[in-house]
Design a binder for this molecule. Structure first.
Ligand code: GLC
Length: 422
């Protein structure tokens, strides 16, 4: 064998070893499912950081479902067939109980071992509680969420208004501004009204704000008092005064954001993510014209809002559970919480991240957001949450669409929810 040939072989063999180790390293591919509203572009950036630090892992993002319940409908199919295609799934804060009952999530406590308690203790209490079901850690928090009142700072200033503290003030201000602007496209107050998950909060926030709740201390349905009627009264008034958009019954969460971003909304009940879109999207008409404060309350009531947020579950059918858990731990870290806060105005699940200087620079209103998130109320926890949500949101939607009056909507809710909360 000639020297050249031998060298060529040696070079080829060395190259094969290098290629071999590279492919061995790149062998684990993890697929993460998320909704479009939860900023898959930001998750991509975060995953790129992880892949750089962990060359053996390839992380891919699959995006599906425009709204929370649509995502879950899709996941029902994937998980019912025990499909292993997804390793990590972003789930809404209302779902861990249902996921635990269905055994779709790999319980994480065995992987966390002795670190479990210390780790869970770092999160805001609501997220620690939501993700632990029957003592098992079903998922880890990705970002926190709450509904706030977004308002047009420029318009309120123009008319000499302070951000409203009561629903009455909001209605008066919205009417006055609409009149003054003479713009038929300008909506006074936007919120979710379509038969989607967000509309559950549209109903519950005024119930809570009037001192009521869906269930009592014994977990039984408690929709019999005046508080249960309050949302219908409030929204009937907003309709009568022309403050609600005409198509309120079609409005989904991200539509509120789009209308506001186009400059067509004065006040909106909206989640944290919208702020970044208003400030950073190239087509935003409202950059630097937006204020965020707690939602108004009734003059005789108490402030209230709905808690939201997204959690990372490892699929029970994943073939790469350990690698998936490692990635979930990274995605649920203070480092990533800070990245998300800056890049997407996703509210932090760690108390300290709210006061981080870079985070506050990107989101000045986070300075007052933590108490709101801490006081935010939870939608009912139930393994049958899908039904509970459907009953509430479809009735609220029918009321807003004008196809059911308040008594009919409440009667239907009561009949159908009673057997679930007995
Ligand atoms: C936000 C919240 C989530 C809620 C959803 C409703 O994404 O974080 O908890 O269910 O909005 O639209």
């Amino acid at each position: 064998m000639s020297i050249t040939r031998r060298t060529a072989l040696a070079v080829a063999a060395a190259a094969a070893i290098v290629a071999g180790s590279a492919s061995a390293q790149a062998q684990t591919t993890l697929k993460i499912f998320t909704g479009g509203q939860q900023r898959p572009d930001v998750m991509r950036q975060i995953l790129d950081v992880y892949m750089q630090r962990n060359p053996g892992i390839r992380a891919e993002v699959e995006v599906g479902g425009a709204t929370s319940e649509q995502q879950q409908q899709y996941l029902n199919t994937v998980l019912a067939s025990r499909d292993s295609a997804l390793d990590i799934i972003l789930i809404d804060v209302i779902r861990p109980a249902q996921w635990a009952a269905a055994q779709w999530a790999e319980p994480l406590d065995p992987y966390l071992g002795a670190e479990k308690d210390a780790m869970m203790a770092r999160y805001l209490p609501a997220y620690r509680e939501a993700n632990v079901v029957g003592g098992r850690v079903i998922a880890l928090p990705y970002f926190a969420d709450s509904q706030f009142l977004y308002y047009r700072k420029d318009l309120l200033q123009k008319y000499g208004f302070q951000p409203p503290r009561t629903w009455d003030e909001l209605i008066t201000q919205a009417q006055r501004i609409k009149q003054g602007e003479g713009n038929a496209n300008l909506q006074g107050f936007s919120t979710a009204g379509a038969p989607i998950e967000g509309t559950v909060c549209t109903y519950l926030v005024p119930v809570w704000g009037s001192g009521g709740n869906l269930t009592n201390a014994q977990g039984r349905l408690a929709l019999d008092g005046a508080a249960a009627k309050r949302p219908f009264e409030l929204f009937a008034r907003m309709k009568d005064t022309g403050v609600l958009p005409n198509n309120i019954a079609e409005i989904v969460t991200d539509r509120i954001r789009l209308d506001f971003q186009a400059g067509n909304v004065i006040f909106a009940q909206q989640w944290g993510y919208a702020w970044n879109r208003f400030q950073a999207d190239a087509d935003s008409q409202v950059k630097d014209k937006v204020g965020v404060v707690p939602l108004p309350s009734f003059a005789d009531g108490q402030p209230s809002t709905c808690i939201g947020g997204w959690q990372l579950a490892v699929s029970a059918f994943s073939r790469n559970k350990q690698a998936a858990v490692n990635l979930v731990r990274f995605l649920s870290s203070p480092e990533v919480s800070k990245m998300q806060a800056i890049l997407a105005s996703h509210l932090p699940v760690f108390p300290d991240v709210y006061t981080d200087a870079d985070v506050l620079k990107a989101n000045p209103w986070f300075a007052e957001a933590q108490p709101v998130v801490r006081a935010a109320r939870t939608r009912p926890v139930s393994p049958r949450y899908t039904e509970v949500s459907d009953i509430i949101r479809s009735n609220m939607n029918a009321f807003l669409a004008g196809t059911r009056n308040a008594d009919q909507a409440l009667a239907d809710m009561t009949t159908r929810l009673t057997p679930i909360f007995r």
